[in-house]
Design a protein around this ligand. Structure first.
Ligand SMILES: Cc1cc2nc3c(=O)[nH]c(=O)nc-3n(C[C@H](O)[C@H](O)[C@H](O)COP(=O)(O)O)c2cc1C
Length: 231
């Protein structure tokens, strides 16, 4: 094996698999954008981070309201995720185009995406701007959101936990692919033995069944068309 070094990966952003989320923002005319990297730098206070480009429409909405909601889509929402991540809310109504339902937040005024099995309400806690080597401002900001409320569908809550196996999240994995999580390889013994091993085994078996045919079903899903609900 030969060890190779490359500046290519220094310049690029993440190339490892990470769950894609849909961030809703804005209040009067809410919008949605796709986020490739969600950070969780601190449990107490509970903080999540997203990195919007500062010229982006959604960034303006987030800054104006000081709030956003992180919605976790399932693998069946790949097409909607692509739509929200490649169209601008300046031109289209992404809620209408994707057939998403708005549900009012409990703490924030930004709506949650009802179809996503997990929704995390955040209030902007801090923002960090970066400078490039030549002194010019960086293209993206790091926005730290304080988690103020979490919602989940009861169908993904088993054995006292939100189960990623049941969410079927979309992972962005470069180069150029979306995938979902595969089989369980082990468990974290630092947390003690599994509380309900039989339930977990059943969940895992169900997961493997779901994986079969999932890719075909998603590839056959058409892309959302342009917004139908736009005035
Ligand atoms: C998988 C995926 C991940 C993305 N991650 C980011 C990101 O972290 N930061 C960013 O600024 N844009 C990201 N985008 C692009 C925005 O979602 C996209 O520019 C969106 O259309 C902006 O919407 P708006 O113009 O309505 O604000 C991502 C797109 C995709 C498809």
């Amino acid at each position: 094996m030969e060890l190779r070094s490359s500046q290519e990966y220094v310049k690029g952003s993440t190339w490892w698999p990470a769950p894609v989320t849909l961030v809703s923002c804005g209040i009067e005319r809410p919008n949605i954008w796709a986020v490739g990297v969600l950070g969780a730098p601190c449990d107490d206070p509970p903080i999540l981070t997203v990195s919007p480009r500062v010229g982006m429409y959604s960034y303006r909405l987030m800054s104006e309201t000081g709030q956003f909601v992180v919605n976790i889509p399932t693998a069946h929402m790949v097409r909607e995720m692509e739509y929200c991540g490649t169209n601008s809310g300046v031109e289209v109504d992404k809620w209408a185009a994707c057939g998403f339902t708005q549900v009012p937040g409990k703490v924030v005024d930004v709506p949650l995406i009802a179809e996503c099995p997990v929704n995390i309400e955040c209030v902007i806690h801090q923002e960090i701007r970066f400078q490039r080597a030549d002194g010019r401002p960086g293209e993206q900001a790091l926005v730290l959101g304080r988690i103020v409320q979490v919602h989940y569908h009861d169908s993904v809550f088993v054995d006292g936990h939100i189960q990623w196996d049941l969410i079927d999240p979309i992972l962005r994995s470069r180069p150029q692919t979306w995938r979902t999580v595969g089989p369980v390889l082990g468990y974290d013994k630092r947390k003690g033995p599994l509380a309900k091993p039989e339930e977990r085994a059943e969940l895992e078996a169900r997961r493997l069944e779901t994986l079969e045919g999932l890719a075909d079903a998603i590839r056959a899903t058409p892309y959302p068309t342009q917004a139908t609900g736009k005035e």
